[in-house]
Every structure is written in C-alpha cells, then in structure tokens.
Write a protein that binds this ligand. Structure first.
Ligand code: ATP
Length: 531
C-alpha cells in the first residue's frame, strides 16, 4: 500500500517533462502535477510512519516473549549442560533473542516492502520501453550471483562473531562475579589477559565479517553505477533515433533506480538479514536442547515414604574425561528417617544429594521414590516435595520475610513468630534495621554467612516438605544459632525424611550416620555406623 502510493511519481515526472518540452506545455499542468506529487509523498510518509510503528511494536513483543521462553528453557536445562557453559555465555545466547525483534526493524521492513515496489517498477519499465527494459534487466542475474556468494561467506563469519562474543561475555561475567576475590588475590592481570585473548577472537571474527560486508557493498554499488551508464548509453541512442522521449527517459531512470535500489536492498538483505537469520538459527538450536523434563511424565501419587537408592554410580564428565565420584551406592531412606551424611571433602556427599534431587541423572543403578524410578518422574513434581539448602545458601532479592515465606504464604506468619519466640530468635530478627521487612541485597550481599543460613533454614522449616536435605546447614553459624537449629530439627515436624550433610559431631546423635568412604567409591548399607 505504502509503496503503491509513490509508484506513479516517476511516470508523472516524465509526463511533466514531456509536456513542458512540447509546444502545448502549460505551467498550470506543472503546478497541478507537482501538488499531486507532494501530496503522494506526504501520504506515503504518514502511512509509512504508522505501519513501521506497529510492526516494530510487534517485533519488540515477539523478541521479549522469546527471551522469556529462553530464560525459562535455561532454567529447565540439565545441570550437565549448565556446568559446561559460563553464565555469561548463556546470557549472551539468551540476548540473541533480541534479533527476532530486528526482523521487524524499519530497514528490514523497507526491504520487504521493496519486493512489491520492485516488481511493479519492472512492469512499468516494460510499459515505458520493453527493449530498454530487457537490456537493463540482464544485469540482475549478476547481482544475484554476487549476493549468493557473499551471503554464504557472511553466514559463516556472523556465526563466528556470535559464538566468540558469547564466549567473551562468559569470561567478562566470571570476572565481574569474582571481583572481590580478584582484588584480594591481586589477580587482575591474569583475568584481564584472559579477556584479551577472547577479545582477539572477537576482533578477528568481526574483521572477517566486515571484509565480507564491505566487499559486497562495494561490488553492488559498482554494478549499479555501471548499469546507470549502460542505461544512459542505450537511452541516448534511442533519444537520438526518436524512439524514446526525454520524459520517458526520466520515467525509465526513475523506475530503474527503484528496481536497482530494491534489488540492491534485497541483495543486501543478505547483509541486513544474515546476522538476524544466524541469530534466529542459534536461538532455535538453543531451544532444541532437550530440557531436563524431556521424556518424564510420571508423578508421585502419594507422599514420599520410601527412597531406595540402589547400586547408584555417578561420574562427572568434563571435556572427554570422566571423573568417577560415586560407585555402587546402596541406601534406603524411610519415612521418619534422619540420616547424617559425612565423609571426607570431595567424597561425593553433595553429588549424592544432587542425584536425589534429579539435578544429575545417575549413570548406573536406580533411585526409586515410593518404588517409582526417578528417571521417569516429572522433576517439577518431585522438587515440590523436596526442600534443599545448598552450601551456597542462595537468597532472593526482597525482604527477609519474602525469603522465609516465598509464594506469599502469609498465613504461616503466626507459626514463624512462634518459632522465633520458642527458639530465642527474636533478637536475630530484631537486629536487622527493619526486622522481617529488611531488604536483602542481590545474593544476600548485605547479610553474614550465618544470617543467610538461618533465613534459609527457617524457610525450609516453614515449607514443610516431604524430604528435606540440608548441606552443612550450620557451617557459618555461632553456637547459639546452631543450638536453635538442632532443637528445631528435634522438635518441629517439618519433614518426613531428613538428610543432613555435616562434618559436625553435634549432628551425629540426631539420626543414622552414614560415612561416605574416603575414596568415595563405596557406600553400602552394611557399612553404616549408627548412633
Ligand atoms: N559440577 C561438577 N563437575 C565436575 N566435577 C565436580 C562437579 N561438582 C563436584 N565435582 C567433583 O566431584 C567430587 C565430589 O564433590 P562433592 O561436592 O560431591 O563432594 P563433597 O563430599 O560434598 O565435598 P565437601 O565435603 O567438600 O562439600 C569432587 O572431587 C569435585 O571436584
């Protein structure tokens, strides 16, 4: 529609010139035609603005939606995939979703509209002078060949730019994440030179990409200049031979410029669209990675009352190397069980509970919840029933209360206040500037390690899950806070099965103690030492 409005303008311009150069030429015809031309330009301007606004809006929505899908998909990715990539790399991959919005950018839209514009212009060229049209259109195949050739080269170089940029983002992200450590260790130079190395790859890839883009741009500009000269040559001969009027020449060059402009734009579509298509392809590739729920459909019907860990082995894979951590583990967990898991550092305790949570798939053996194999269970359902406090104690942005009672379960506020009173924790809360309403900074940066652990522990007590797993839950707490935790474990019924990883002898009396052997190779039911 927009392109159709401006379509008659070259024809009208030619008519004006022919009218003015004929004896019947009048100035009123000139005024009338110029006013119409101005009006057409203005209408085109308004329609184009409105159209582009709505298309860009649609593009922004689409790319945002895709970004959210990619973030969701990343959360659902198996840990084995996540372990293999830096967070910055993943972030960079997610940000490629923004390219879908670029598909609706004004320049791309102009190119797409140009397809119709170009086709109509070709028809009009034939209408003005079909022989001249045939001559000049012979140039188009040359354009196509050059475009296809450059397009292929550009795909490869754009892919390299995206991948090397994602890798660089990974290193930058890691550096920013560890700023405190880098300062303390004086490791700035080491990290900076790592970033430099990655930057080198990005620069090389960008230079190659630009070489292709410039090569293409210059070649197509040369072809369009040469074809302008060819049109002039043949038109001049025809004008001298009186088979073409000056007005027709003006109209012809007007439409020819449109055809060339659009062919060039469509050809350079490669340049404009190529990075977008490569990104879309990479987004698709990323989304095609199977998430951890793939092929899992079963859900537990009853509350978990029995977990059978049978002959379970696990090895981490890094690169092409396998790192055996757990070897033929056998253990049964029953309703009411408290198991204290200890053993040497690196013996695989955390790995073991991660297998229980389905974060990693067992290599060999089975984990059965109520007799159902974990490999078939929907993990979202399983994890709704299990509470896990990791050694890292992750807290969300929000208040302390939001962290203890996520999901807005305000009805439990009363129970929380009871716990704080019963276990002498009021002081712990009132020490914060706004008590339970105190805002927690990103990652809990404004809290001490012990405070973070206590908040996470209270969250677990209030969550009241079927299986509770605590990884070194009091490692950073003082004796008073640890005592509160021990008493809560003894007196509050917030679990059916409790697994605690701890080296602390104060925990050993709570339940069955299982030692994950020093070699971390063998842990069998018969080797348990219970207190
Ligand atoms: N994501 C991972 N990728 C590769 N290897 C890993 C990974 N996580 C842990 N490991 C390795 O697996 C082994 C067991 O680690 P794990 O954290 O399970 O031990 P742990 O018994 O909990 O140790 P600690 O008592 O120090 O917390 C270690 O040698 C560790 O280096």
């Amino acid at each position: 529609m927009v392109s159709l409005i401006a379509m008659p303008i070259p024809l009208m311009t030619g008519n004006v010139i022919d009218n003015l150069s004929s004896p019947e030429g009048t100035v009123s015809f000139l005024y009338q035609q110029v006013i119409i031309i101005i009006c057409l330009h203005l209408i085109r301007y308004v329609l184009s603005l409105i159209g582009k606004y709505y298309l860009v809006k649609a593009g922004t929505r689409a790319s945002n939606e895709l970004r959210m899908k990619m973030i969701g998909h990343t959360v659902d990715m198996p840990m084995e995939f996540i372990d293999q990539h830096d967070k910055g790399y993943l972030m960079s991959r997610i940000s490629e979703s923004g390219s879908v919005g670029s598909l609706f950018s004004p320049s791309v839209i102009t190119i797409l509209i140009g397809v119709l514009d170009g086709l109509i212009s070709v028809v009009l060229l034939f209408r003005i002078h079909w022989k001249l049209a045939l001559i000049v259109l012979a140039i188009i195949p040359v354009y196509v060949v050059i475009t296809v050739w450059y397009s292929r080269r550009m795909s490869a170089s754009t892919r390299k730019v995206s991948e090397s940029s994602a890798e660089m983002a990974g290193v930058v992200f890691e550096t920013l994440n560890g700023l405190e450590e880098i300062k303390v260790q004086g490791a700035k130079q080491r990290y900076i030179s790592r970033i430099y190395k990655k930057t080198d790859h990005v620069i090389t890839a960008i230079l190659k990409q630009n070489r292709n883009i410039n090569g293409y741009m210059e070649s197509s500009a040369l072809i369009s200049s040469l074809s302008g000269a060819i049109v002039l040559l043949f038109s001049g001969i025809m004008i001298l031979g009186k088979t073409l009027t000056l007005g027709d020449y003006v109209s012809f060059t007007g439409y020819f410029a449109k055809v060339l402009g659009n062919v060039q734009a469509m050809a350079s579509f490669g340049v404009t669209i190529n990075p977008i298509m490569v990104s879309i392809d990479r987004v698709r590739e990323y989304m095609d990675n199977k998430d951890e729920e793939f092929d899992r459909s079963e859900v537990l019907v009853e509350p978990i009352h029995f977990v059978d860990i049978h002959n379970v082995s696990y090895s981490y894979v890094s690169g092409n190397k396998q790192r055996p951590v757990l070897d033929h583990i056998n253990i049964n967990l029953y309703k009411g069980d408290i198991v204290i898991l200890n053993g040497a550092n690196g013996s695989g305790k955390t790995t073991f509970v991660k297998l229980l949570l389905g974060l990693y798939p067992v290599n060999e053996g089975t984990i059965l919840y109520n007799g159902m194999n974990i490999s078939c269970l929907k993990l979202s359902d399983l994890r709704r029933r299990v509470s896990y406090i990791s050694q890292k104690t992750y807290l969300f942005q929000g208040t302390i209360l939001d962290n203890i009672l996520p999901n807005g379960r305000q009805e439990q506020l009363h129970y929380l206040r009871e716990l704080l009173e019963k276990y002498e924790l009021q002081h712990f809360i009132s020490n914060f500037p706004d008590a339970l309403g105190t805002e927690i900074a990103h990652g809990g940066a404004n809290l001490s390690g012990g405070q973070r652990q206590m908040i996470a522990f209270l969250r677990t007590v209030l969550a009241n899950k079927e299986v509770v797993i605590l990884d070194e839950p009091t490692a950073n707490m003082d004796a008073v806070m640890k005592n509160s935790v021990l008493r809560m474990i003894e007196n509050e019924s917030f679990y059916k099965i409790l697994v605690i990883i701890s080296h602390d002898p104060d925990f050993f009396y709570l339940g069955r103690k299982i030692n994950l052997g020093e070699s971390s190779r063998e842990m069998v039911e018969s080797s348990y030492t219970s207190n």
